[in-house]
Design a protein. Structure first.
Length: 580
């Protein structure tokens, strides 16, 4: 089993403890080394076997860190790390999962108040002791108190954006086996929920032993949680992966069952009962002639489906609902009456309207981001760097003069580009709904994305309604401002916002960054039902981020969106007429 992730975690722990003791620079070096070890293609144990030099050759690792890696693999411990732990005996991961609490804060709160655990932190916040510590105040204390509940639940679920690539690699690995006839991801991952409890993988095979054996020896597994005859669970980095092996003849039934959601399955089962049919993970069975007791047997009755998932729904007189719809929000009725939506696809998307460059906090130049969009296959792209204003810290945002200067450069790049290039801005929506950029400049820009970046608690409806009514604004960016697993974001009456947005010709964004996925599927459905148009944007800060679009599109699909509901599926002329 590959141990790179385990080693990386030790180094990250090292970094946190150093940072908590106010050591400079070193923490950053340890984190970079950790990242490169985690991503390194060769198993770290193998490299240690080749000698310290082979470890030090990993980019950004170097001699000091490589000797600690060797020490850890050979002895199971790093002496210096053990000392640091003894000096600061805290639950670092749990504490730093509270928004606004970093290793430095943990160090201070331990020194001043002896806080070691989330429970300690909560008790200190409730008792008003944190505000007494130098550098803290009632506001910080309030934020910490609010962040704790979130942190407790956050620890249990992984981001879709982290779980999916790992699940896909497991699926590829198993699909490559001779013994595996069919293989698919199921569960919440197949439904594209924004966060994932565990990854479910299904394999159809008549050699379950061989499949389970290969799975538990999967090279990226960091742990085998359990292994049976037809199922097993491993950990891949921090994600739990459950495998189930079934007879290939039952694959469709098992896929339907293990895709869920539970609520969807209950609704499907009720439809079956109305028809004297029985649905389970082995198929659809006709139990009409059987007594209650006879029908209890899993495979009792004549089977009418189970080989394919489509067949399962057909046997129940239903069209096949896309997995993203299976949340029991009306899809069972729609599938029965032939009224399922024709969902938007990733291929329908023609461009990206929310992209950053190194003029603000992006990593790449305007031309690089344009070239990246062209290479990705887009027909157009809009560059929307941050404007100054509330929520922009550290001088990230551009003032109006700088935006004018950038506008000229974007026009110059556009002249030579292979795709249509629009000039935009990501302006801040202040607490009253005001926009942080001058009206004359807004009028000269092609696309204005207005996003909330500060004051992200409480109700944000009126603030966003005011922004949507602003004649210069085209798109409301990441409307709730939520950050998955760390910040709930604002409450919004999306029906009201969407009604105004539809009327004003303002689009509502689905921010496809897997840390946001904001709006959510549920809110997208409300917005579309109220007549609004959505825009699926990646908020890319580097060309590689254009690939986030699939997370946004599948979120749109969870909201029942068709291509016509999504602004950036339009050809460039259609986009222009929306923007006018
Ligand atoms: P997660 O892992 O919390 O993100 O959510 P799921 O939906 O992947 O749930 P999971 O992994 O517990 O189970 C996978 C699927 O298996 C689930 O969506 C539906 C099905 N399933 C599991 N347990 C039950 C159950 O007790 N009843 C029914 N009807 N279906 C179940
Ligand atoms: Ca699951
Ligand atoms: Ca599971
Ligand atoms: Zn942005």
């Amino acid at each position: 089993m590959r141990r790179n992730d385990e080693v990386a975690r030790r180094l990250e722990e090292f970094a946190d403890l150093l940072e908590a003791s106010d050591v400079e620079y070193k923490p950053r070096a340890y984190r970079r080394a950790a990242e490169n070890i985690r991503e390194h293609p060769v198993d770290i144990e193998e490299l240690v076997g080749e000698g310290e030099k082979a470890v030090a050759d990993i980019d950004r690792v170097g001699d000091a860190i490589s000797s600690k890696v060797v020490e850890y693999i050979e002895t199971g411990e790093i002496a210096e790390l053990a000392e640091l732990r003894a000096d600061l005996p805290v639950e670092m991961d749990a504490l730093t999962s509270v928004e606004g609490v970093g290793p430095k804060t943990v160090g201070t709160l331990y020194d001043e108040l002896g806080i070691r655990t989330l429970d300690d932190l909560e008790a200190a916040a409730e008792a008003g002791r944190i505000r007494e510590v130098k550098g803290f105040g009632p506001k910080t204390e309030g934020n910490i108190r609010e962040g704790i509940a979130f942190a407790r639940q956050a620890h249990e679920r992984q981001l879709l954006g982290e779980a999916l690539p790992r699940g896909e690699r497991v699926r590829e690995f198993l699909s490559g086996m001779e013994a595996v006839k069919r293989c698919a991801l199921a569960g919440s991952l197949r439904r594209w929920r924004p966060t994932i409890g565990d990854v479910d993988v299904l394999a159809g095979s008549d050699e379950p032993d061989a499949v389970v054996e290969a799975f538990t020896n999967y090279q990226a597994a960091t742990d085998v949680i359990e292994a049976g005859t037809v199922k097993a669970s491993i950990r891949v980095e921090s994600v739990r992966v459950d495998l189930r092996v079934v007879d290939d003849a039952d694959f469709g039934a098992a896929l339907q069952y293990f895709t869920g959601s539970k609520d969807h399955n209950v609704a499907v089962r009720n439809r079956a009962i109305e028809r004297d049919l029985k649905v389970n993970e082995y198929g659809v069975f006709d139990v009409s002639g059987l007594s209650g007791e006879e029908a209890d047997d899993q495979r009792a009755g004549e089977r009418s489906a189970g080989e394919t998932e489509r067949g399962m729904y057909e046997a129940l007189d239903m069209a096949w609902p896309e997995p993203e719809l299976r949340e029991n929000r009306g899809e069972v009725e729609a599938a029965a009456s032939g009224e399922l939506p024709d969902l938007v696809t990733v291929e329908d998307v023609r461009g990206d309207l929310h992209v950053h460059t190194d003029w603000s906090d992006g990593n790449n130049t305007i031309s690089e981001m344009v070239a990246g969009a062209a290479e990705f296959g887009h027909e157009y792209v809009c560059l929307t760097d941050h404007a100054t204003g509330p929520g922009m810290v550290g001088g990230v945002g551009l003032d109006d003069d700088e935006l004018r200067e950038q506008l000229a450069e974007i026009r110059a790049v556009a002249d030579d580009a292979d795709i249509d290039v629009f000039a935009g801005v990501e302006a801040n929506v202040d607490i009253d709904g005001g926009i942080s950029v001058g009206d004359d400049l807004l009028a000269d820009l092609d696309v204005v994305v207005a996003s909330p970046h500060s004051g992200l608690d409480g109700d944000g409806t009126e603030r966003l309604v005011a922004a949507a009514e602003h004649p210069g604004v085209d798109v409301i960016g990441h409307p709730t401002g939520r950050l998955l697993n760390s910040r709930a974001g604002m409450n919004i009456d999306v029906e009201r916002l969407a009604t105004v947005a539809a009327d004003q010709g303002t689009a509502l964004e689905i921010n496809a960054d897997p840390r946001r996925l904001d709006l959510t599927g549920r809110l997208v459905k409300t917005a579309i039902d109220a007549g609004a148009t959505v825009a699926v944007n990646t908020d890319a800060h580097a060309p590689a981020n254009y690939g986030y679009v699939r997370y946004g599109v599948h979120t749109a699909r969870r909201g029942w969106a068709e291509a016509d509901d999504v602004l950036n599926t339009r050809e460039v002329d259609g986009l222009r007429s929306f923007l006018e």
